[in-house]
Design a protein around this ligand. Structure first.
Ligand code: SF4
Length: 189
Protein backbone atom coordinates (compact mmCIF):
# COMPACT_ATOMS: atom_id res chain seq x y z
CA UNK A 1 0.00 0.00 0.00
CA UNK A 2 2.99 2.30 -0.17
CA UNK A 3 3.32 2.46 3.61
CA UNK A 4 6.61 0.61 3.55
CA UNK A 5 8.11 3.31 1.35
CA UNK A 6 6.70 6.17 3.43
CA UNK A 7 7.88 4.85 6.79
CA UNK A 8 11.51 4.10 7.64
CA UNK A 9 11.88 0.46 8.62
CA UNK A 10 12.88 1.12 12.24
CA UNK A 11 9.90 3.37 13.02
CA UNK A 12 7.04 2.34 15.28
CA UNK A 13 3.41 3.12 14.54
CA UNK A 14 1.12 3.50 17.56
CA UNK A 15 -2.65 3.72 17.60
CA UNK A 16 -5.59 2.62 19.70
CA UNK A 17 -6.63 -0.99 19.30
CA UNK A 18 -10.30 0.02 19.17
CA UNK A 19 -9.60 2.33 16.23
CA UNK A 20 -7.90 -0.47 14.32
CA UNK A 21 -10.81 -2.82 15.04
CA UNK A 22 -13.33 -0.22 13.89
CA UNK A 23 -11.29 0.50 10.76
CA UNK A 24 -11.16 -3.21 9.92
CA UNK A 25 -14.87 -3.67 10.56
CA UNK A 26 -16.01 -0.73 8.50
CA UNK A 27 -13.65 -1.59 5.68
CA UNK A 28 -14.92 -5.15 5.42
CA UNK A 29 -18.68 -5.10 5.81
CA UNK A 30 -20.08 -8.34 4.41
CA UNK A 31 -23.68 -7.95 3.24
CA UNK A 32 -26.32 -10.65 3.31
CA UNK A 33 -28.83 -9.89 0.52
CA UNK A 34 -32.47 -10.66 1.24
CA UNK A 35 -33.76 -9.63 -2.16
CA UNK A 36 -37.33 -10.64 -2.85
CA UNK A 37 -38.43 -8.26 -5.59
CA UNK A 38 -37.45 -5.49 -8.00
CA UNK A 39 -35.26 -3.63 -5.47
CA UNK A 40 -32.99 -6.63 -5.71
CA UNK A 41 -32.08 -5.64 -9.26
CA UNK A 42 -30.76 -2.29 -8.01
CA UNK A 43 -28.95 -4.15 -5.27
CA UNK A 44 -27.23 -6.24 -7.93
CA UNK A 45 -26.37 -3.08 -9.89
CA UNK A 46 -24.83 -1.59 -6.75
CA UNK A 47 -22.39 -4.47 -6.55
CA UNK A 48 -21.55 -4.46 -10.25
CA UNK A 49 -18.85 -2.51 -12.04
CA UNK A 50 -20.70 0.75 -12.77
CA UNK A 51 -21.35 1.55 -9.11
CA UNK A 52 -18.73 -0.79 -7.64
CA UNK A 53 -19.59 -1.32 -3.99
CA UNK A 54 -16.09 -2.77 -3.70
CA UNK A 55 -14.83 0.81 -3.42
CA UNK A 56 -16.34 0.77 0.06
CA UNK A 57 -15.11 -2.71 0.97
CA UNK A 58 -18.64 -4.11 1.03
CA UNK A 59 -18.82 -6.17 -2.12
CA UNK A 60 -18.40 -9.60 -0.55
CA UNK A 61 -22.01 -10.72 -0.53
CA UNK A 62 -22.42 -13.82 1.57
CA UNK A 63 -25.34 -16.21 1.30
CA UNK A 64 -24.67 -17.73 4.67
CA UNK A 65 -25.86 -15.55 7.55
CA UNK A 66 -23.02 -16.73 9.77
CA UNK A 67 -20.55 -15.06 7.42
CA UNK A 68 -22.43 -11.76 7.09
CA UNK A 69 -22.86 -8.70 9.29
CA UNK A 70 -25.05 -6.42 7.14
CA UNK A 71 -28.55 -7.58 6.24
CA UNK A 72 -30.01 -5.74 3.24
CA UNK A 73 -33.75 -6.31 2.91
CA UNK A 74 -34.57 -5.39 -0.68
CA UNK A 75 -38.17 -5.81 -1.71
CA UNK A 76 -41.50 -6.71 -0.21
CA UNK A 77 -41.58 -9.40 2.43
CA UNK A 78 -44.58 -11.69 2.55
CA UNK A 79 -45.92 -12.93 5.85
CA UNK A 80 -44.89 -16.41 4.78
CA UNK A 81 -41.28 -15.30 4.31
CA UNK A 82 -41.07 -13.40 7.59
CA UNK A 83 -39.90 -16.34 9.76
CA UNK A 84 -37.11 -16.95 7.26
CA UNK A 85 -36.01 -13.32 7.48
CA UNK A 86 -36.06 -13.42 11.27
CA UNK A 87 -34.07 -16.63 11.37
CA UNK A 88 -31.44 -15.19 9.04
CA UNK A 89 -31.14 -12.09 11.24
CA UNK A 90 -30.72 -14.18 14.39
CA UNK A 91 -28.03 -16.34 12.77
CA UNK A 92 -25.89 -13.40 11.61
CA UNK A 93 -22.68 -12.49 13.39
CA UNK A 94 -22.41 -9.66 15.92
CA UNK A 95 -22.14 -6.73 15.65
CA UNK A 96 -24.72 -6.78 12.86
CA UNK A 97 -26.56 -4.11 10.95
CA UNK A 98 -29.76 -3.92 8.92
CA UNK A 99 -30.67 -1.78 5.90
CA UNK A 100 -34.28 -1.62 4.77
CA UNK A 101 -34.05 -0.87 1.07
CA UNK A 102 -37.03 0.68 -0.71
CA UNK A 103 -40.61 1.51 0.08
CA UNK A 104 -41.81 -2.09 0.19
CA UNK A 105 -39.32 -3.27 2.81
CA UNK A 106 -39.85 -0.18 4.96
CA UNK A 107 -43.63 0.19 4.69
CA UNK A 108 -45.11 -2.48 2.44
CA UNK A 109 -45.15 0.07 -0.38
CA UNK A 110 -48.15 -0.16 -2.65
CA UNK A 111 -48.86 -3.68 -1.40
CA UNK A 112 -51.30 -2.79 1.32
CA UNK A 113 -52.54 -6.35 1.68
CA UNK A 114 -52.88 -8.93 4.42
CA UNK A 115 -50.14 -11.04 2.82
CA UNK A 116 -47.36 -8.41 2.84
CA UNK A 117 -45.46 -7.22 5.91
CA UNK A 118 -46.12 -3.49 6.32
CA UNK A 119 -42.57 -2.65 7.36
CA UNK A 120 -39.90 -5.13 8.39
CA UNK A 121 -38.95 -2.90 11.34
CA UNK A 122 -41.96 -4.32 13.16
CA UNK A 123 -40.11 -7.62 13.37
CA UNK A 124 -36.36 -6.97 13.11
CA UNK A 125 -34.35 -3.89 14.17
CA UNK A 126 -33.63 -1.60 11.21
CA UNK A 127 -30.63 0.74 11.30
CA UNK A 128 -30.99 2.58 7.98
CA UNK A 129 -34.03 3.17 5.79
CA UNK A 130 -33.13 3.77 2.15
CA UNK A 131 -36.00 5.56 0.37
CA UNK A 132 -37.15 4.98 -3.19
CA UNK A 133 -39.09 2.66 -5.43
CA UNK A 134 -36.56 1.41 -6.20
CA UNK A 135 -33.73 3.37 -4.60
CA UNK A 136 -30.88 4.14 -6.95
CA UNK A 137 -27.56 2.39 -6.24
CA UNK A 138 -26.07 5.71 -5.09
CA UNK A 139 -28.72 5.89 -2.39
CA UNK A 140 -27.99 2.37 -1.20
CA UNK A 141 -24.28 3.20 -1.12
CA UNK A 142 -25.15 6.22 1.03
CA UNK A 143 -26.91 3.81 3.40
CA UNK A 144 -23.85 1.58 3.59
CA UNK A 145 -21.68 4.64 4.25
CA UNK A 146 -24.02 5.74 7.04
CA UNK A 147 -23.42 2.42 8.76
CA UNK A 148 -19.69 2.68 8.16
CA UNK A 149 -19.66 6.08 9.86
CA UNK A 150 -21.38 4.60 12.89
CA UNK A 151 -18.90 1.71 13.03
CA UNK A 152 -16.03 4.20 12.79
CA UNK A 153 -17.34 6.05 15.81
CA UNK A 154 -17.79 2.77 17.70
CA UNK A 155 -21.34 3.75 18.23
CA UNK A 156 -22.99 0.35 18.56
CA UNK A 157 -26.22 1.44 20.19
CA UNK A 158 -27.22 -0.48 23.30
CA UNK A 159 -29.88 0.16 25.88
CA UNK A 160 -29.31 0.14 29.64
CA UNK A 161 -29.45 -3.66 29.73
CA UNK A 162 -26.94 -4.12 26.93
CA UNK A 163 -29.48 -4.98 24.25
CA UNK A 164 -29.00 -3.75 20.71
CA UNK A 165 -31.12 -0.72 19.80
CA UNK A 166 -31.95 -0.04 16.14
CA UNK A 167 -30.47 3.20 14.81
CA UNK A 168 -33.51 4.09 12.64
CA UNK A 169 -31.61 6.46 10.35
CA UNK A 170 -33.88 7.62 7.52
CA UNK A 171 -31.91 8.83 4.51
CA UNK A 172 -33.30 11.81 2.66
CA UNK A 173 -33.79 11.54 -1.10
CA UNK A 174 -31.24 13.73 -2.89
CA UNK A 175 -32.08 12.99 -6.48
CA UNK A 176 -33.74 15.95 -8.22
CA UNK A 177 -36.06 14.66 -10.95
CA UNK A 178 -36.42 16.76 -14.04
CA UNK A 179 -39.86 18.07 -14.99
CA UNK A 180 -41.81 15.54 -17.00
CA UNK A 181 -42.73 15.20 -19.76
CA UNK A 182 -39.63 16.55 -21.45
CA UNK A 183 -40.25 19.29 -23.92
CA UNK A 184 -40.51 17.98 -27.44
CA UNK A 185 -39.97 20.24 -30.41
CA UNK A 186 -40.87 19.19 -33.90
CA UNK A 187 -38.97 21.07 -36.51
CA UNK A 188 -39.84 21.41 -40.19
CA UNK A 189 -37.92 18.98 -42.37
S1 SF4 B 1 -40.00 -0.50 -3.44
FE1 SF4 B 1 -40.60 -0.48 -5.62
S2 SF4 B 1 -38.83 -1.34 -6.69
FE2 SF4 B 1 -38.63 -1.92 -4.51
S3 SF4 B 1 -39.60 -3.93 -4.34
FE3 SF4 B 1 -41.16 -2.39 -3.90
S4 SF4 B 1 -42.20 -2.05 -5.87
FE4 SF4 B 1 -40.22 -3.05 -6.30
Amino acid sequence: MGLEAALPVDNVLTTQLQKVINWARRSAVWPMPFATACCGIELMATASSRFDLARFGAEVFRFSPRQADLLIVAGRVSVKMLPVLQRIYVQMTEPKWVISMGACASTGGVFDTYAVVQGVDQFIPVDVYVPGCPPRPEMLIEGVMAIQRIIDQDNIPKDGEGRRVPLKIALQPTYQPRAQPLEVSIGAT
